[in-house]
Design a protein around this ligand. Sequence first.
Ligand SMILES: Nc1ncnc2c1ncn2[C@@H]1O[C@H](COP(=O)(O)OP(=O)(O)OP(=O)(O)O)[C@@H](O)[C@H]1O
Ligand SMILES: C[C@@](O)(CCOP(=O)(O)OP(=O)(O)O)CC(=O)O
Length: 420
Amino acid sequence: MAAAEGQWVLMATGRTPTNIAVIKYWGKRDEALILPINDSISVTLDPDHLSATTTVAVSPSFPSDRMWLNGKEISLLGGRFQSCLREIRKRARDFEDKEKGVKIKKEDWDKLHVHIASYNNFPTAAGLASSAAGLACFVFTLGKLMNAKEDYGELSSIARQGSGSACRSIYGGFVKWCMGEKDDGSDSIAVQLADETHWNDLVIIIAVVSSKQKETSSTSGMRDSVETSPLLQYRAQTVVPGRVLKMEEAIKNRDFESFAKLTCADSNQFHAVCLDTSPPIFYMNDTSHRIISLVEKWNHSEGTPQVAYTFDAGPNAVLIAQNRKTAAHLLQKLLYYFPPQDNDLSSYLVGDKSILGVAGLHSMKDVEALPAPPETKIPDQKFKGDVSYFICSRLGAGPKVVSDEGQALIDSVTGLPKGV
Ligand SMILES: Nc1ncnc2c1ncn2[C@@H]1O[C@H](COP(=O)(O)OP(=O)(O)OP(=O)(O)O)[C@@H](O)[C@H]1O
Ligand SMILES: C[C@@](O)(CCOP(=O)(O)OP(=O)(O)O)CC(=O)O
């Protein structure tokens, strides 16, 4: 039902980036509160390329809470959405908009229903952590609408209850999720290690790898690992604590060699844990392995890491290059082995397309003329079509309020998603 005539609709819109872990979260000690068995560290990506935008509306004429994701209505009844809604409502405060003549008392928020519309500017549920951006945006924007206190640590612990990795999307730059010790989870929060300007030379290239099978979800995969993998216990208790300290040091000193070695080692150990799970989980595929091999050979031939790779619960490769020059070299090597299926270069690389110019790749002719990377021994083998497309991005800032009403996803008169 839309807003009744004469009834006000109050709205807030927010945009929140996704993040990619360089020290992985894998395994919970509490399933309901989403408490992890180890600390994790991530980089937040540029919201221009990978983010969720969410508008939250409230009106006395809404009979129930409703949500639309990418234009389609979805259920809000799931425990995770409900936890986030409940926790934000608990923290709602008095609000007044004199212009609209709207006054909402703290205790009134419980009686008001919300309409939420969200849109991801990248594919949803395709292994690009849409849930991290989406749930963080859900919490951030609800918090704005309900005038909750601006306590980012607290917001991160609410986003954590939507999806663990979402707690890290509450900040830009480099972020650490401290696992905490308390049973109630109040100390399991994310903190910012450094903002996105601290190390702004880094370039991130994501290879979206074509995959036919649907992978095991992170939630069920990590549950199986906790129950069956002895390697996971060793990783969480013995390996990760030391790695987290070293990673914090590497980030602080902008030490790319250490950053890259730790990132690759941690991704590989996470996938080793998946293989150590019973039944084993295979997130990477042949294309993922080829990309690892390409980077490893290149790094080895240079004697020092040029690029770091990391893979989440799926076959997509996230490659972090030290600067634009190395990113351009990386792109040349990637396009040599993985040229576009339909010969259309402009739609094959999205995000920061200017990297194509740095790599001297202006047309398919330039791609076809690329020399075989000298460090590999199989120069004539190419894998056309094995990568769907590439995204070129960088580190980005944390959640932001979108104040331009034109960008709101909900109509301020009807209270329904625009176009519905
Ligand atoms: N913008 C959003 N707002 C609210 N919820 C979202 C949003 N985007 C995604 N989600 C939630 O996340 C779910 C998708 O999460 P899922 O873990 O399957 O995929 P992913 O996060 O894109 O990939 P992965 O976790 O493998 O990196 C959606 O079904 C929805 O419940
Ligand atoms: C491999 C990962 O991406 C796992 C992310 O798991 P989720 O945060 O998606 O899982 P839930 O907490 O069950 O929602 C590693 C990481 O992001 O740290």
